[in-house]
Write a protein that binds this ligand. Structure first.
Ligand SMILES: *[C@@H]1O[C@H](CO)[C@@H](O)[C@H](O)[C@H]1NC(C)=O
Ligand SMILES: *[C@@H]1O[C@H](CO)[C@@H](O)[C@H](O)[C@H]1NC(C)=O
Ligand SMILES: *[C@@H]1O[C@H](CO)[C@@H](O)[C@H](O)[C@H]1NC(C)=O
Ligand SMILES: *[C@@H]1O[C@H](CO)[C@@H](O)[C@H](O)[C@H]1NC(C)=O
Ligand SMILES: CC(=O)N[C@H]1CO[C@H](CO)[C@@H](O)[C@@H]1O
Length: 877
């Protein structure tokens, strides 16, 4: 029969069409293409990965929701009535028949639209990458390479929003902003959530007293919120996480197993309130997010003289906070305006009422699970009535809070005592203590202490001479210029700190890699490595450090005066700053927070020459003006100092010639031990092994050998390091190469070399992972992933996360809540402006990743923004 045949064909076609490619494989292909430098393939695969991830999410939510519709437990089963489990074995069967049908419905729905379900289960690792928006990091570079700047800017912006601590991306964004052809509107958030966009837009208009427009946005926000909430909840109905259990050991009877899984699902569903209220890149949700919509709405409607709606929204708000005094006053006022009878007939919104009832029931079940089975539940909402929490638990939490408060107080007292003791002692012997601490051995006979803290009018300061020889100075100076000539060292780029100087800089690893490629003398690069180590040892010894001093960053830098740009010059070569905090000179304050490199503890600068004018190193007071000591650079001289606020410093203008130095930053924190340094050490080890001796110095040969070589370097690293390295390296590359391109009109050949180099740099990383995956093969995919899941790693991670983080968060929240005055609403007597700002009070202190909020924002933002510049350039002195 023709019609049957055509139906079959159609089905076949639509099925074939429906099988979408798994997004984790697409992601892998894109990453691989990235290391090949195949930018089109990066874009193609990564864009598809993002699209497919989105599709999978939507389809799953849709299937689960529509299947819930079709197999409602409340439907009567013919002959048995409404299935109620436990009322008898036959009724149980009816109940489970429903369960089976629901499972079959969801499974066939998903399979039909996506292909076999196992295809789309991805590892936690990949899930995390998508959550962190990593695909946009790769896309950013790829778009940039093919000169799609608008898309590059959007990708960079999207990534940065979720990774606000990512300094390289911040620099890239600044770079994009300066580029011709990039518009402010290009900086889009490609992952913006509609409910959040509408909410923020509504708030902005609300702050500007544009109430009729803000109403529109808040209404959209509410609608989008429930759509997003529905999707979020449906997605919670996923697989069981063997959280805390070894997969193999887990054994629970039927109802216990159902309970365990169901509790997890409910916990996840409750957590949607947090997920939906959290801005990208932020750890904390916006306070009282959903209820606040109705707070804004009631006041906006009131100002638009729509009393009916104002009453509706006030009543809706009261569903969450029935005792709220201001809102009850508002309601009374609006009711008197409209007429009490009319007002009484208006009820709270039904959708919200349902949501509250459902959420409360979920909480009850979860608390039951907590009491009976010890399954942790931390309520994400601030509006839950106290009585929902079991009395026992309430008392326990109260006791815990009191203990915590007592401990805090005791610690506080103890600290005060210690401070007093220290102060007294300091009074006696400030100077002596410091001298004693500082004057350790300088380890080498040739090194002399030229000036101590006392001579330098400060603390934790020293000037040493004879640290390296004249020959060594000349060799490093040559190295800097040779590296700059290859174009890898920012040749000719104006100094980030002064338009009157050019600037070039090269790190140890970069120098060694260039040495390995024959672009500079490998011996000189090795010397650079050796001498930086020498300085580190001397610092560690002179300052009598009890724990090892680790490298944080090392940079061989030269600043050259631009001859025709010296007239009337008043700026410094490097503005006064502090190395580990953001100096706010106007306030005599130094803020020890990112983007400052807060973990840096000591700094040193090794000078290479003195044949230039200007370029003095200066220490100042915290005002950044009053110079307390001046150090003239000369070959072999080191100025070493503590990286904290006791040592603001800068460099005066270099007015003729070239001034070269090695700037070194150190940390006492092993966690911040510089990764590049370890790579450099590995590279040296490899280079010095006799087998590889042939690499040395021979540029022609090196290209064939480098892949294998760097692979062995990379392989030594743990996967975690590699992941973070990918993050870092990707964007950094783009900016440097941008410079290169600007300066040097590179031909195809150079492009190719660069691709090679990248391969060299990133080599081995993917290979291992990929091979595994390929070996596992498509068919085994789900099996392989399941095995992965059972391992201990996961268990640990999960358990920690669940207990510590959640409790912490909760604690914070409760603390916040207590601190925060119930500064909510619009009182009837207030001017709209007053009330607006008061109503805003609830969440203005939320720091948002975008400056958008800065109008209402925290006071610290301004000075910090200004000062951060000098911190971002690592290139110093
Ligand atoms: C579920 O059913 C309701 C009413 O029958 C309908 O409005 C809704 O769109 C359905 N939802 C899905 C996801 O099919
Ligand atoms: C660097 O130090 C190593 C080991 O201390 C030494 O073998 C090597 O010759 C030094 N290289 C240079 C160029 O100074
Ligand atoms: C320290 O201060 C004294 C007195 O102001 C000044 O003469 C001296 O030059 C300063 N030391 C240095 C190294 O600048
Ligand atoms: C911050 O920078 C702006 C412009 O860049 C400038 O006008 C302002 O004076 C600076 N403020 C401070 C506190 O340095
Ligand atoms: C990083 C970023 O996109 N910042 C934007 C945030 O909002 C401010 C104020 O509206 C914009 O001017 C910024 O461009």
């Amino acid at each position: 029969m023709p019609s049957f045949a055509s139906i079959a064909l159609l089905t076949f076609l639509s099925l074939a069409h429906a099988t979408i490619e798994p997004y984790d494989l697409l992601f892998d292909s894109a990453v691989e293409a990235y290391y090949r430098g195949d930018w089109m393939a990066v874009i193609l695969n990564m864009e598809r990965a993002l699209r497919n991830e989105d599709t999978v999410r939507r389809v799953k939510a849709h299937c689960r929701l529509s299947c819930a519709n079709q197999t409602d437990f409340g439907d009567p089963v013919p002959g048995l009535g409404v299935p109620i489990p436990g009322s008898g074995s036959v009724e149980d069967l009816a109940f489970f028949r429903r369960v089976l049908k629901r499972a079959a419905c969801a499974s066939s729905c998903e399979t039909e639209k996506l292909g076999p379900q196992s295809l789309h289960s991805v590892s936690e690792e990949v899930e995390l990458e998508f959550k962190k928006r990593s695909p946009y990091n790769y896309l950013q570079v790829a778009y940039f390479k093919i000169n799609k700047l608008d898309k590059a800017a959007a990708a960079a912006h999207t990534f940065y929003l979720a990774n606000p601590d990512h300094m390289e991306m911040k620099q890239n964004l600044e770079y994009y902003r300066m580029m011709a052809g990039v518009q402010e509107t290009d900086f889009k958030d490609l992952e913006a959530k509609p409910h959040m966009v509408a909410f923020l837009q509504g708030k902005k208009l609300y702050s500007a007293d544009q109430f009729s427009s803000s109403v529109e946005h808040f209404e959209t926000a509410v609608e989008e919120y429930f759509t997003a909430d529905q999707e979020c909840r449906a997605l919670c109905e996923g697989g069981y996480d063997y959280d805390g259990y070894n997969y193999m050991d887990y054994s629970a009877d039927l109802f216990q197993a159902i309970t365990d899984h169901y509790m997890q699902v409910l916990n996840c569903k409750q957590n949607c309130a947090v997920e939906l209220a959290t801005l990208p890149g932020s750890d904390n949700p916006l306070e009282d997010f959903l209820p606040s919509h109705f707070n804004y709405l009631q006041f906006s409607y009131y100002n638009s003289e729509d009393y009916q709606k104002a009453i509706e929204c006030a009543k809706t708000y009261l569903l969450f906070h029935p005792e709220d005094e201001v809102m009850n006053q508002n309601l009374a006022y609006y009711s008197s305006m409209l007429g009490e009878d009319k007002a009484a007939a208006i009820s709270a919104r039904e959708t919200v009422h349902r949501h509250v009832r459902q959420s409360l029931l979920e909480k009850e079940l979860l608390y039951f699970g907590y009491e009976v089975f010890g399954i942790t539940f931390v309520d994400p909402d601030s509006w839950t009535p106290a009585e929902v929490m079991p009395l026992k638990l309430r008392e326990k939490q109260k006791a815990e809070r009191e203990t915590a408060a007592r401990i805090t107080e005791e610690i506080g007292n103890l600290m005060k005592e210690i401070e007093n003791l220290v102060e007294e002692k300091n009074k006696e012997s400030t100077d002596i203590a410091k001298m004693v601490r500082e004057g350790g051995s300088v380890l080498f006979d040739d090194i002399t202490v030229t000036m101590t803290s006392k001579n330098l009018n400060g603390s934790l300061r020293v000037v040493l001479d004879g640290v390296i020889t004249d020959d060594e100075c000349r060799e490093l100076h040559r190295l800097s210029n040779a590296a700059a000539l290859t174009g890898d060292g920012y040749r000719g780029k104006p100094s980030p700190h002064s338009p009157s100087e050019t600037f070039q800089g090269v790190t140890v690893l970069k120098a060694l890699k260039m040495g390995q490629e024959g672009k500079v003398s490998l011996k000189s690069a090795h010397l650079y490595f050796n001498l930086s180590e020498k300085v580190r040892k001397v610092m560690e010894s002179y300052f009598r450090l009890e724990t090892p001093l680790y490298f944080s960053y090392t940079h061989l830098v030269c600043r050259s005066a631009i001859e025709d740009k010296q007239e009337g010059r008043v700026d410094l070569s490097h503005p006064v700053h502090v190395d580990n905090c953001q100096l706010v000179s106007e306030l005599n304050e130094c803020i020890k927070e990112p983007p400052a490199y807060t973990y840096r503890d000591y700094s040193a600068i090794l000078y290479l020459n003195d044949d230039f004018e200007g370029g003095d190193f200066i220490f100042t007071e915290m005002d950044a003006k009053t110079v307390t000591a001046t150090v003239k650079p000369q070959c072999g001289r080191v100025v070493g100092f503590g990286a904290g606020k006791e040592n603001p410093h800068g460099v005066t203008a270099v007015t003729t010639g070239q001034r070269c130095a090695v700037a070194l930053w150190f940390t006492l924190d092993p966690r911040h031990n510089e990764k590049e340094r370890i790579q450099a050490e590995d590279l040296l080890k490899m280079l010095s092994s006799p087998v590889d001796a042939e690499f040395q110095g021979d540029a022609a040969d090196s290209s064939s050998g480098t892949d294998a070589a760097s692979e062995s370097v990379e392989r030594a690293k743990s996967p975690e390091q590699t992941v973070s390295k990918v993050d870092r390296q990707a964007p950094e590359g783009s900016v440097k190469e941008q410079d290169d391109r600007k300066q040097e009109q590179e031909g195809d050949k150079a492009e190719q070399e660069k691709a090679e180099e990248r391969k060299v740099k990133e080599g081995g990383k993917k290979t291992d992972k990929k091979t595994d995956k390929k070996a596992a093969g498509k068919a085994d995919k789900s099996a392989a992933q399941k095995t992965g899941k059972k391992t201990g790693k996961k268990t640990d991670k999960k358990t920690d996360k669940k207990t510590d983080k959640k409790t912490e968060k909760k604690m914070d929240k409760q603390a916040d809540k207590r601190d925060k005055a119930p500064s909510k609403k619009a009182g009837k007597k207030k001017s709209s402006a007053d009330s607006a700002s008061e109503a805003r009070g609830g969440d203005t202190e939320q720091s948002t990743p975008n400056a958008t909020e800065s109008t209402s924002g925290s006071p610290a933002v301004h000075p910090r923004d200004n000062k951060s510049d000098s911190q971002n350039g690592k290139d110093e002195l």
